[in-house]
Design a protein around this ligand. Structure first.
Ligand code: KG4
Ligand code: ZN
Length: 376
């Protein structure tokens, strides 16, 4: 079953072709260079870039695979949550292509697609507890064997990736700063007592990262030398290396900055791991026969080296099979959209041309049109 996936919910424009759930080819263009200097995504610029790039990427996928639009068994598009203007560009492209080629269309929940991305490479160990940690979301789910998603907890303010990006911005590292903070943290010594773990009320599965970001802001205010004199912007093709950005900083100061970032990273990661452990315990207590087998982490922050290591320890300790997509499948991509769309389409679930985009903060409805006789 050939499914084309389209992703345009934030600052990555991507088109991918999946055959029976496995990736055939993806073309992805990141807008990092466009937004880097602003310290975050500028929605208007993002929409324009999607509009400019999407038809080219689509044409490239068709040309490189020799597949024609009318050969497709379906077109899957990220319909939300995301930036509304950006989603509308993807939806317009997907609807036009579906109409012209006469193939089914299905709208995909971007968050669920992240958590299913690991299914591109391996069997999903379901039922599972899913941790979604991206720039826009920090959520814990119970994922049933029937692929039903039950939200267990979510952030009440900043997402984990947003906290990484804001901390990076405090010291003038370019957007998206998560991977720079990760790289520099590996060179630092983390002090586990330096920052509190924001755990909220006893037993809560929700998150709150804005206080942690403020604590780092205070530390930076006390050490103005931590702020880089100029922001290193991405060159065409090659993202800047955090190590090079700190080249001019005196060695002692540089080490102190790495230590601060390492302590921050540890606080975020430990908080995520403590809540994930709690979620597994909660699901085990409530499980009626269906014990969770797997732990699935996804989203851009799941590329974080410390989080990957700590989740591996947690999974081993709790007897769960850990599924972590490779880093390129953790950040936004169209392969995950095509894969999630394939799972829906093969069950006979689809949308028609009335499919609507859902902005961040609103629940994505399960408003599928079920084709009679096709539902499995
Ligand atoms: O999933 P994603 O590509 O986009 C959203 O749907 O939000 O996630 C992007 C987020 C950014 O906040 C980025 O800084 C963060 O993931 N990120 C990381 C790492 N790589 C990407 N955060 C921490 N460590 C990393 N290695
Ligand atoms: Zn995402």
């Amino acid at each position: 079953m050939l499914v084309l996936g389209i992703e345009s919910s934030c600052d990555e424009t991507a088109v991918a072709l999946v055959d029976d759930g496995r990736l055939v080819l993806e073309r992805l263009a990141t807008q990092e260079a466009v937004h880097a200097v602003f310290g975050g995504v500028v929605p208007e610029l993002a929409s324009r870039e999607h509009l400019r790039l999407l038809p080219h990427l689509g044409r490239e996928v068709f040309a490189a695979t020799g597949v024609r639009p009318e050969d497709l068994d379906g077109i899957a598009v990220a319909r939300g949550p995301g930036l509304l203007g950006s989603l509308l560009v993807g939806l317009g492209y997907a609807k036009g292509l579906a109409l012209a080629a006469g193939v089914p269309l299905v709208g995909v929940n971007h968050c669920q697609a992240h958590l299913l991305a690991a299914g591109l490479e391996a069997e999903l160990p379901l039922p599972a507890v899913g941790l979604l940690v991206s720039g826009g979301h920090t959520q814990l789910y119970r994922i049933g064997a029937d692929l039903r998603f039950e939200l267990l907890g979510l952030t009440r303010d900043d997402a984990a990736g947003e906290a990484f990006d804001k901390v990076a911005k405090l010291v003038n590292l370019p957007y998206p700063g998560g991977r720079h903070v990760d790289e520099l943290s590996r060179q630092g010594r983390a002090d586990p007592k330096r920052f509190a773990r924001p755990l909220l009320e006893p037993g809560s599965l929700d998150f709150s990262f804005s206080g942690l970001k403020t604590a780092v802001a205070q530390a930076v205010a006390e050490h103005p030398g931590f702020v880089l004199g100029h922001m290193a912007l991405p060159e065409q093709g090659a993202p800047p290396r955090a190590e090079d950005m700190l080249a001019d900083m005196p060695a002692g100061q540089r080490q102190a900055l790495c230590d601060l970032l390492a302590s921050f990273s540890l606080a975020v990661v430990e908080t995520l791991v403590i809540k994930t452990r709690r979620a597994v315990e909660r699901v085990r207590q409530q499980a009626a026969g269906e014990m969770p087998r797997g732990l699935i982490a996804a989203g851009g922050v799941a590329a974080n080296s410390l989080l990957r290591a700590k989740l591996a320890e947690l999974a081993q300790d709790m007897g769960l099979q850990l599924l972590l997509p490779r880093p390129a499948l953790c950040t936004d991509n169209a392969a995950m959209i095509a894969h999630a769309g394939w799972r829906l389409l093969r069950r006979g679930l689809r949308h028609d041309q009335r499919l609507e985009a859902v902005p961040r903060g609103r629940v994505v409805p399960e408003d599928f049109v079920v084709s009679a006789g096709e539902c499995r």
